[in-house]
Ligand binder design. Structure first.
Ligand SMILES: Cc1cc2nc3c(=O)[nH]c(=O)nc-3n(C[C@H](O)[C@H](O)[C@H](O)COP(=O)(O)OP(=O)(O)OC[C@H]3O[C@@H](n4cnc5c(N)ncnc54)[C@H](O)[C@@H]3O)c2cc1C
Length: 327
């Protein structure tokens, strides 16, 4: 089936302010485009119909990695995933997560901002218009039923970004800009547990940069997928922790990705880990606690039972990584 792009206006402003002005123009129905690796297929499948695409590729100030005066690692939202994957300036776990995304061709085009603002995905929506029509439009597609959980009244499309759980585990924040001003929010607060209204930012707000605090954190990312390349995560586990000199955990973050409409923090397991050393027994117990509330749905290319079963396995591997990492 050939899927062609419809006509639309494409504008490529040179500054964030100009992009913000274009996005606020009531005469246009605009969307932001980074690399377009997710958005263009969506437009081809008629899941989005903007009159205007505001490209950020010409905004130089949004590209590259720097450190601010507070020591934060600041990653411009238009930085390519390919550059992030080989960067020695960003925390290694960020580079590892970037390198796991899609394929080299896609990483050469895809951006950090596009990854963090990735729309939620589901088997019932990510298909051509005629197929969606034939199966009966789902909630996210303007219909009345969620085909994943027909008895419920909410959308379960999942957040499949690989960078999002890592950025949450690293206690990152994002700077958002629009004509109405600027705000800095924790990455965690960028997401809603709702497959339709999955981001808390308005369509006018540009994610300008990702800020990662520096210092003393060990971190890791484990990704479950069918093949070693190309595939979206079926599950992702990002974990970070700080330890005292005796090897006792003083703070921990554990974030489960690709299991719900937003990255999910395993807060009970995080609390359990504080004050403990990561022995095999502690890791096993924490993995059980972390997986309890995680309920993957049947909306990826493997069954939900397998993904649920893999949660403690991946959490256990991630926590073991933190022990193996000597800093
Ligand atoms: C075959 C294939 C495999 C893939 N595998 C993976 C994978 O393994 N892991 C993964 O995480 N992703 C995967 N992706 C999805 C996608 O390629 C990546 O998430 C990519 O990082 C998206 O970035 P982009 O710049 O191309 O985003 P775009 O497609 O340009 O945009 C995505 C969304 O973000 C919005 N947006 C973009 N930039 C900004 C910004 N600065 N501020 C606010 N909103 C913005 C757009 O409006 C759009 O809604 C895959 C895609 C394909 C086609």
């Amino acid at each position: 089936m050939t899927m062609r792009l419809p006509n639309f206006e494409y504008v490529a402003p040179a500054t964030v302010d100009e992009a913000a002005r274009l996005l606020s123009d009531p005469g246009r129905s605009s969307l932001i485009v980074g690399g377009g690796t997710d958005l263009f297929p969506k437009i081809k499948r008629r899941q989005a119909a903007p009159t205007t695409l505001v490209s950020l590729s010409g905004v130089d100030e949004m590209r590259g990695v720097r450190f601010d005066s507070a020591g934060n690692c600041v990653i411009g939202a238009s930085t390519l995933l390919a550059d992030l994957a080989v960067s020695h300036q960003v925390p290694p776990v960020m580079a590892i997560a970037a390198a796991s995304i899609a394929s080299p061709q896609i990483r050469n085009t895809a951006t950090v901002g596009g990854n963090l603002c990735l729309d939620t995905r589901c088997n019932y929506i990510d298909m051509p218009e005629t197929w969606r029509e034939a199966s009966g439009h789902c909630l996210k597609d303007g219909g009345e039923v969620c085909w994943v959980a027909p008895r419920g009244n909410r959308c379960w499309a999942i957040n499949s970004s690989d960078l999002a759980p890592v950025a949450v585990a690293l206690e990152g924040s994002v700077r958002l800009t629009s004509v109405h001003g600027e705000r800095l929010i924790p990455v965690e607060d960028l997401y809603h547990d709702d497959g339709i209204a999955c981001h808390t930012k308005s369509f006018e707000e540009i994610l300008v940069e990702l800020l990662l605090p520096s210092g003393g954190t060990r971190a890791t990312y484990r990704k479950l997928r069918r093949r070693g390349s190309i595939d979206f995560p079926l599950l992702g586990v990002a974990a970070s922790a700080r330890f005292d000199e005796a090897g006792t955990c003083v703070s921990a973050r554990m974030v489960i990705g690709a299991a719900a409409p937003a990255p999910v923090r395993a807060t009970e397991a995080e609390e359990f880990l504080i004050g403990r050393q990561f022995t095999d027994e502690v890791i096993g117990e924490a993995a059980g606690i972390a997986s309890g509330p995680v309920r993957p749905q049947d909306n990826t290319d493997t069954g939900s039972r397998y993904r649920k079963w893999m949660v403690p396995v991946l959490v256990g591997r991630a926590l073991s990584d933190l022990v193996a990492d000597d800093g």
